[in-house]
Design a protein around this ligand. Structure first.
Ligand code: DC
Length: 232
């Protein structure tokens, strides 16, 4: 087998980057790490402990960080990893709208970012990882052999997110879904610490007109090129 590489996938919310990262990891036999789930896990903890009041994150969260243990454990039924927060499976709970609404605020807290970035860098130290998020190519793994920045039109992203929530039995209007996406994009791209942006050397993937299979094929091609270069 050729030497394993690290793959960093960043992009806006609901561009399908998690699906791409998961499929890619499956094909390559690599480990998939959903860093958004980790920020959601910390947010769930903060909400449960009353550390977010009127949309404001209390400083106490910083002191509680060592008490927040996050772990990914493979779920055979889903064929994917579930997030565990201090030993509890929270995979469903972190997808709730309540968490989605607060997560960008928590993700803007520098101490939270530092805590999670260190954990993510440890996970990737052995290579063979596909990691998706907002700062993977810029901060977490700037040396990743392949960096991809995913985007899609606002309309398509809203439709995808709407369908995803509908399948989970969550009934929200498209206007509500779009408003949440836009608010998160704004917060993610304008925050001071590690704002979302295309990393140096990242390849741009606009998947507005691509099927899942087409985008996977395209990125597989990029991976093969990188693997060939690394083998030289
Ligand atoms: O990918 P997602 O929607 O599950 O991410 C949830 C939030 O976490 C998103 O609003 C931005 C933030 N995030 C981040 O700031 N850095 C990451 N590496 C991953 C997610």
């Amino acid at each position: 087998m050729s030497q394993a590489i690290n793959i960093a996938i960043d992009g806006y919310s609901s561009t399908g980057k998690s699906t791409l990262a998961r499929q890619l990891a499956g094909k390559l036999g690599y480990r998939y790490i959903d860093t958004g789930a980790m920020y959601r896990g910390v947010t769930l903890y903060a909400l449960r402990k009353g550390l977010i009041i009127n949309g404001k994150v209390l400083q106490q969260l910083e002191f509680d960080l060592p008490r927040i243990q996050l772990e990914f454990i493979h779920n055979k039924n889903r064929g994917a990893s579930d997030l565990y927060l201090n030993g509890e499976n929270v995979e469903e709970a972190i997808r709730e709208m309540m968490v989605a609404k607060a997560v960008s605020k928590v993700a803007a807290v520098s101490s939270v970012r530092k805590y999670l970035v260190e954990a993510q860098q440890k996970m990737a130290a052995q290579k063979g990882v596909v990691m998706d998020g907002r700062d993977i190519g810029t901060v977490v793994l700037p040396e990743a052999e392949l960096k991809v920045f995913v985007t899609a039109s606002q309309e398509i992203r809203t439709e995808r997110r709407y369908q995803e929530l509908k399948q989970l039995g969550k009934v929200l209007s498209k206007t509500e879904v779009e408003a949440n996406l836009m608010e998160r994009d704004l917060l993610d791209t304008t925050r001071k610490d590690s704002p979302l942006k295309q990393a140096k050397g990242a390849l741009l993937l606009d998947n507005s007109g691509l099927s899942r299979e087409e985008q996977l094929d395209l990125v597989r091609g990029w991976v093969d090129e990188r693997l060939a270069t690394c083998a030289e």
